[in-house]
Write a protein that binds this ligand. Structure first.
Ligand code: GAL
Length: 380
């Protein structure tokens, strides 16, 4: 029950949420509007109560799904889950919660496989699941660009499909709708997370950011896998939020860290060696890389909050603790609980013939020193 209530607690703890939609199979009926993140701005406190009510309704939907499932609808149904790579901090949280919630809503036959970040390996695993006659597949693709091939294969075998975490492109999502296929995507709009990262920095104000006094925000960008829309949008929208706040930006470096702590550490160490005190802000597309960045920042004798700023995305526990003690400026909660529950509910809806919308969304939540403790408490 605690986890079902998490979204409610978060909505009360912060006012920065977007349209509600987490944890509900009746979330959005359409693909996300391209302009959605451009409207990314903290909701006024007055809207918080309404949002809380919406999220509470979502939690009630989740409870209903669990109740339906408990009636035995999904027991004995085979669910296959393909994860792009087990060795990924965020996807490990997601996968663990997904497995436990699939069990909670009554699935008894669950197989989860590791694609080891290799599309050929994952495609073989999908073939095996099809041959095994699974009733539904939940797929976190290694390459989102392989989605059309995956969809054709899975739909061709008459198996419903729930994509998670790596969003296929618009043309692919349109195909599901045009053909009335049992395919959906569950995830958050990465533009929102990028915007929130930028806002965390912009809210500090130029005077606090501009250590070198050149009147600009001098930043470096550490990107996740550039094939993922999450990396593309976080990179673009974090900077856009600074510009939208009227700040002039100067990119000193842009490197690909593939969501990985060690790569993040190496890249930031190199960049600090090259650009030294000119770097005022380190944007990391995720927290795993921010943790690596923090090590290099410390090793270079710099201090977050004093002569440099650092932001990530995901709200890994370690990072939220760092936000509380000030060693990381901020992060953005990537709600693995709402996403995994929505994915499991969508799988249940497919196998019980209820069907799903083609896009099931979820909101990110900005995490700064102001609300980090309440976020941490809710996650525990
Ligand atoms: C992102 C997440 C990253 C990484 C990636 C994998 O949403 O922020 O940490 O897990 O998904 O696709």
């Amino acid at each position: 029950m605690k986890k079902k209530l998490l979204s409610i607690v978060l909505a009360m703890a912060v006012s920065a949420t977007f349209i509600a939609g987490c944890g509900s199979t009746a979330a959005s009926t359409e693909a996300p509007a391209p302009a959605a993140a451009e409207e990314a701005a903290p909701a006024p406190a007055a809207e918080a109560a309404e949002e809380t009510a919406d999220v509470a309704a979502d939690a009630a939907d989740v409870a209903d799904a669990a109740a339906d499932a408990a009636s035995g609808d999904v027991a004995g149904k085979k669910v296959g889950v393909c994860i792009y790579q087990f060795n990924d901090n965020f996807m490990t949280l997601f996968r663990t919660e997904l497995e436990s919630y699939l069990k909670e809503i009554g699935f008894t036959d669950i197989t989860i496989v590791d694609g080891a970040n290799d599309q050929a390996t994952q495609s073989g695993q999908i073939d095996n699941f099809i041959a095994d006659g699974v009733d539904v597949l939940i797929i976190n693709p290694v390459n989102s660009s392989s989605a059309a091939t995956i969809t054709d294969k899975v739909v061709g075998a008459g198996i419903p499909l729930v994509y998670i975490n790596r969003e296929p492109d618009e043309a692919e999502e349109k195909r599901w709708q045009d053909n009335g296929w049992d395919v959906t995507y569950v995830g958050c709009d990465a533009r929102q997370s990028g915007t929130m990262q930028g806002e965390i920095i912009a809210d500090l104000g130029l005077d606090a950011i501009d250590f070198n006094g050149n009147g600009k925000v001098d930043y470096i960008m550490i990107e996740g896998d550039p094939e993922n829309v999450d990396a593309q949008y976080r990179t673009e929208f974090s900077v856009k939020a600074l510009q939208d706040a009227g700040l002039e930006v100067n990119e000193l470096d842009d490197q690909v860290g593939m969501w990985d702590t060690t790569k993040g550490q190496e890249l930031v160490a190199n960049s600090l060696a090259q650009n030294g005190n000119e770097i005022e802000v380190v944007f990391c597309n995720n927290d795993a890389m921010a943790l690596g960045a923090l090590e290099s920042i410390k090793a270079a004798g710099r201090t977050v909050g004093k002569d440099i700023y650092l932001v990530g995305v995901d709200a890994l526990t370690e990072v939220v603790e760092d936000v509380i003690d000030g060693s990381i400026t901020g992060t953005v909660f990537n709600d693995h609980i709402a996403q995994s529950h929505s994915a499991a509910d969508a799988a249940a809806n497919f196998v019980t013939g209820k069907g799903n919308d083609y896009y099931i969304g979820c909101d990110y939540v900005k995490v700064t020193k102001d609300n980090a403790q309440s976020i941490l408490d809710s996650l525990k």
